[in-house]
Write a protein of this length. Structure first.
Length: 120
């Protein structure tokens, strides 16, 4: 096991620190952050400023089934579905998109209702 104090004995950039922290869990992560002189609040604020990694979504029941069965060829998957990559500006936007996709899962169609009041 890497000792947190030894790992952060020399100054590192925030990106390097974030990458190194990924290897720790729970208490070890807390010890590593404190050893580097950072607080959870500082780190949370810095993470919030960071742009999330792009996500790639496979659309279509057949394409998703093939992917789940081990197919990774973009050509094979787009023959039966669609693949889109999305870049979000904030983690909040990414979280919202993920919740919306989870809510839509299992439905075959949807409609955005704007300016129309639905009746009882």
């Amino acid at each position: 096991m890497i000792q947190p104090l030894a790992l952060f004995a020399t100054p590192v950039s925030l990106d390097a620190l974030m990458n190194q922290l990924k290897q720790f869990s729970g208490g070890e992560r807390a010890a590593a952050i404190l050893a580097h002189g950072l607080t959870w609040n500082f780190l949370a604020a810095e993470i919030a400023k960071m742009k999330p990694e792009p996500i790639t979504v496979i659309w279509g029941e057949t394409a998703v089934r093939l992917y789940d069965e081990g197919e990774t060829s973009r050509e094979a998957l787009t023959d039966v579905g669609s693949i889109d990559t999305y870049q979000f500006q904030t983690h909040a936007d990414l979280d919202l998109a993920m919740r919306l996709m989870a809510d839509a899962d299992g439905w075959y169609d949807s409609a955005v209702v704007e300016g129309v009041e639905l009746t009882e």
